[in-house]
Ligand binder design. Sequence first.
Ligand code: ATP
Ligand code: LTN
Length: 328
Amino acid sequence: MEKKRIFSGIQPSGALTIGNYLGALKNWAQLIDEYDCIFSVVDLHAITVRQDPKELNERCLGLIAQYIACGIDPEKCTIFIQSHVPAHAELSWILNCYTYMGELERMTQFKDKSSRHADNINAGLFTYPVLMAADILLYQADLVPVGHDQKQHLELCRDVAERFNRIYDDTFKIPEGYIAKMGARVMDLQNPEKKMSKSEPAGSIALLEDIASVTKKIKRAQTDSLGYVKFEEGRHGINNLISIYGAVTRKTADEIENEFQGKGYGDFKKAIAEALVAELEPIQAKYQELMNNKDYLKSVYTSGADRAREIADETIRKVHQKIGYIER
Ligand code: ATP
Ligand code: LTN
């Protein structure tokens, strides 16, 4: 039987955080044996916010290395850079014509980003979810592993695909989201009511963060004055630490509560820091090794794009035919 297909991507828009890792990358690594996985560095998405050309260039390569360092083995899956496959921009244009303004106006990420970048509310920022839909639909993906924040975009993707399928009969596979129980919503360590984000270094831990700083940031993380470790409504700081520890160790909230019964936050934070450091150290070492071998990284993303192009072009051909375009 053919394997089911997975597609996902991360923007090269800043240093990856443990939010990106626990919400996305760590789960991807666990899916590569079971599924036909296609993972992209979504650089077309990244320019919806202004990027420095040199930094963007370096970040794309760094992201490929971080994917591999996190266990995304390019021998077992496809890794490529979005701008190397022109079909993404092509399908995105087409799908724009099947997406309503009202649907895009409802997107919370658009509302949030346009308030944070009020000087640059560009059309790309608005149609960003259409490009994301194109990414997924081009590969006829069955499953899309993402963090919780992408749920709304995925629903839009399904709506647009269903609409297109209704007009032209079956063209696109309708994808399902895959959102992990633990780690899908890592919050800012200083402000645990806000999502941990690449753009807030104080409350976030980078995947490549200096190890001493990882421990320091966990020690300083916001908690409360209750003094016991238990997942409870409204305890944003402690709940966040439980879910970080749970996502790293794959323990459930119950197991964690038992482990720290009768112990204080100091012990809990020490255990979190140790678990995180043990997880991050080998990733960082592998990353350094990979960055010293740029030829290898290039071979990964070029052969990845070759395979991606083949699949994507097939979908474009099908879409053109359905719409009524003359064959190339
Ligand atoms: P930006 O802040 O630039 O919008 P981002 O980190 O939110 O960046 P991406 O880099 O595209 O956006 O996210 C990549 C993946 O990481 C997505 O699957 C997203 O859901 C997940 N992710 C991002 N932040 C978190 C978080 N705090 N907790 C869990 N998952 C996250
Ligand atoms: N929109 C996502 C990144 C992204 C993505 C995708 C995720 C772009 N295209 C396709 C899954 C599938 C984000 O901002 N986190």
